[in-house]
Write a protein that binds this ligand. Structure first.
Ligand code: WTA
Length: 661
């Protein structure tokens, strides 16, 4: 049975309930056994995995401790993430395996073995230790997709220095905000990155950020061009730092809940929040999901075509694959540069067997047609993955038929920065359940996802509700940096005692889960997570802007894009130039990927009688051409007409999405 139409799900998602795999419905075998084991003894289940998969310097005393919702996994244990990802492979044949096939946009290539990677990590860690950095410090990383990026992450993990990787598309302001929030003493960056044939001036941005950060003491700069700029005060050349051989240091054993890294992610209000991940729980979750979902063997080559600056890259380019001793492709640059064949060339050249990418990337590949897939040898592929946003069933079908030539299962994996690793996904290593295009299928063993109504009761099959997670899981965030109150109110107060995901979902009659997009003020633009509040905050910094409401509008390529509706201060004049200036300003303050697709001007915004902006009404008018739901709290009806008139002025532009609704 297809799920009942959820209000805002793409039409296409609702028609899809076909089973492309002919296999009979069967959850027998390992999946059913593991799920049962986890149901009868959750702690025994995860404790067993943690013992088997990780190297412990000191065994844990307790699987699950802490005070809910501040759960602490594997209390009493000590371990080190770099030991688990690198050192323990050192005495095995894995040391000679390729960790990364790196390719630059201009075609340059490097092959980094596990032994090389470990050597580089140790040297960087020793050099940092010699300069006095240690586990009481914090660091930021602002690097492009080069092997030095995982090297930096692992060297910091080796010393127990919690770090945050800032995606190289972020602005100086965003970088400074993160460094200040963390009181980072150390920044690792590069002179430039390369994208679409151009140099991305990372050092210039890093310097602008560093100027706003009091605590920052040292900036390590990776040089990448023939004529690098002279270094300034506080800056050190990466190559020189390593050339001077520092006395080797040992990896630091760390408590299970020692923060491994933080990722700043947009929420519903205010500035991005620092999502903290610990060491043991996070690594256990990755080890399990790597085996169940990807199950890399000795001949596999994984290509997770995400950026390490986001959680997908942390978990499935760096920590997950390295834990398993797997080989990955690391590519710096745009997937369609210099031409649309790029992705296929990479798949062919490295004989990639597992591709993991976003629906946005797939929509763009599909637009380029089917011939390129046919003219490249993609015969090594055996598994395809999707992550970051709902995948349109027609895109799923295309992925399955054209890229996978009808032989590779698709793992549509649902998870979040907060969950650390995959939560809902097919698990080809455990069972061969039939797949349904657009559904992430079932939660992994040990994870309990439910779909609830507003009043907290469970939705019957086919009814859209809010997705929650009912039990703690090892990859879960430890909390929000310096903000325990926000941690509780964001995740644990919507439905007391259960974790609130912020996503709409529906469960169908077969028990399969369909994730339908965010239920809160968070946008997914090309898979990147952006808060409407963040974009509004940036707009409000412009002297001409009095008020702003930002909402998500469906987009054929990017999934959704931000559209801003702005009220100007008296005296300011609306014009295309100002609209452009405002969009630019958001790009400059957050990063280009957050730039509003359109800026509309109105005289007033729909508000409730208590003065709150009714974004739901703004979005309804722009996306559907009509207001949706209850308008009884609306202060002035004329405001809705103003939004409608402004949206109509863009008819040619936004009409496609309005027409399909
Ligand atoms: C969305 C990315 C549908 C969802 C790993 C979630 C998905 C948000 C899927 C988290 C999927 C992720 N199907 N929606 N397979 N995977 N999402 O933190 O809305 O960048 O809440 O983590 O992405 O985004 P984040």
């Amino acid at each position: 049975m297809a799920p009942a139409p959820p209000e805002e799900a793409p039409e296409e998602l609702l028609r899809a309930d076909r089973l492309p795999f002919e296999r009979r419905y069967s959850w027998s075998g390992r999946f059913a056994r593991l799920r049962q084991e986890a149901r009868s003894d959750l702690e025994g289940f995860w404790g067993g995995i943690a013992r088997r998969e990780l190297r412990w310097e000191r065994p844990f005393d307790r699987v699950l401790g802490g005070t809910p919702p501040e759960y602490r996994w594997f209390e009493g244990g000590e371990l080190n993430a770099a030991v688990n990802c690198l050192e323990r492979h050192h005495s095995t044949a894995t040391a000679h395996r390729v960790a990364y096939y790196w390719e630059g946009e201009d075609g340059s290539r490097r092959t980094v073995s596990y032994a090389d990677l470990y050597e580089r990590v140790r040297r960087l860690a020793s050099a940092l230790a010699e300069r006095g950095f240690g586990r009481s410090d914090r660091a930021a990383i602002y690097l492009p997709m080069v092997p030095e990026l995982p090297v930096a992450m692992l060297a910091l993990a080796y010393l127990g220095i919690p770090f945050t990787v800032v995606f190289s598309g972020f602005s100086a302001e965003a970088l400074a905000h993160r460094m200040n929030d963390l009181d980072a003493r150390l920044l690792l960056t590069a002179e430039v990155g390369f994208r679409r044939g151009k140099e991305v001036p990372l050092l210039a941005t890093a310097r602008a950020a560093a100027a706003q950060c009091e605590h920052l003491e040292q900036v390590i700069v990776l040089r990448r061009t023939a004529n690098p700029p002279a270094l300034q005060e506080r800056e050190l050349d990466w190559g020189e730092l390593l050339a001077h051989r520092s006395p080797p240091v040992e990896p630091v054993p760390l408590p299970s809940a020692h923060p491994l890294f933080l990722l700043y992610s947009s929420g519903t209000t205010g500035t991005p929040k620092g999502i903290v991940h610990g060491t043991a729980g996070y690594l256990t979750h990755l080890a399990a999901t790597m085996r169940w979902v990807f199950d890399p063997g000795p001949v596999d080559v994984l290509w997770c075509a995400a950026d390490v600056g986001w959680v997908t890259g942390h978990s499935y380019i760096v920590f997950g694959p390295l834990l398993c001793g797997a080989t990955s492709v690391l590519y710096e640059g745009a997937l369609d540069y210099p031409g649309p064949a790029r992705v296929y060339e990479i798949l062919e050249r490295y004989r990639v067997s597992e591709l993991y990418t976003s629906p946005t990337a797939l929509r763009s590949l599909r637009r380029q047609g089917d011939e390129l897939a046919g003219s490249h040898d993609l015969g090594a592929l055996r598994l395809l993955g999707s992550v970051g946003e709902p995948i349109n069933p027609s895109v799923w079908e295309w992925y399955f038929r054209v890229i996978g030539a009808g032989r590779c299962p698709i793992v549509d994996t649902w998870w979040q920065t907060e969950t650390g690793g995959i939560m809902v996904s097919p698990v080809p290593a455990l069972d061969s359940r039939p797949l349904k295009p657009g559904s992430a299928t079932l939660a992994i063993p040990g994870v309990d996802v439910a779909v609830l109504r507003d009043n907290g009761t469970e939705c019957p099959a086919g009814e859209r509700g809010l997705a929650v997670i009912r039990q703690p899981w090892p990859g879960m965030l430890l909390g929000l940096w310096n903000d325990p109150e926000r941690y509780r109110s964001t995740y644990w107060s919507r439905f007391p005692g259960v974790y609130y995901t912020g996503d709409y979902a529906v469960r169908d009659a077969d028990g399969y889960l369909w994730f339908l997009g965010r239920a809160d003020e968070v946008l997914k633009v090309a898979g990147h997570r952006i808060g409407t509040a963040e974009v509004e905050g940036a707009l409000l910094q412009h002297p001409a802007v009095a008020e702003a409401a930002v909402c998500a509008v469906p987009d054929d390529l990017k999934g959704e894009v931000p559209v801003a509706v702005v009220v100007l201060r008296s005296g300011a004049l609306a014009s295309p130039t100002l609209a452009e200036e405002l969009a630019e300003m958001v790009g400059g303050r957050i990063g280009k990927f957050a730039r509003p697709h359109r800026v509309l001007f109105v005289g007033r915004l729909p508000r409730t009688r208590s003065g709150k902006i009714m974004r739901r009404v703004v979005r309804g008018v722009i996306v559907h051409g009509k207001e949706l739901g209850d308008l009884s709290t609306l202060e002035e009806e004329a405001s809705v007409e103003e939004v409608r008139a402004a949206a109509d002025s863009l008819a040619g532009d936004l009409a496609p999405s309005r027409a399909t609704r």
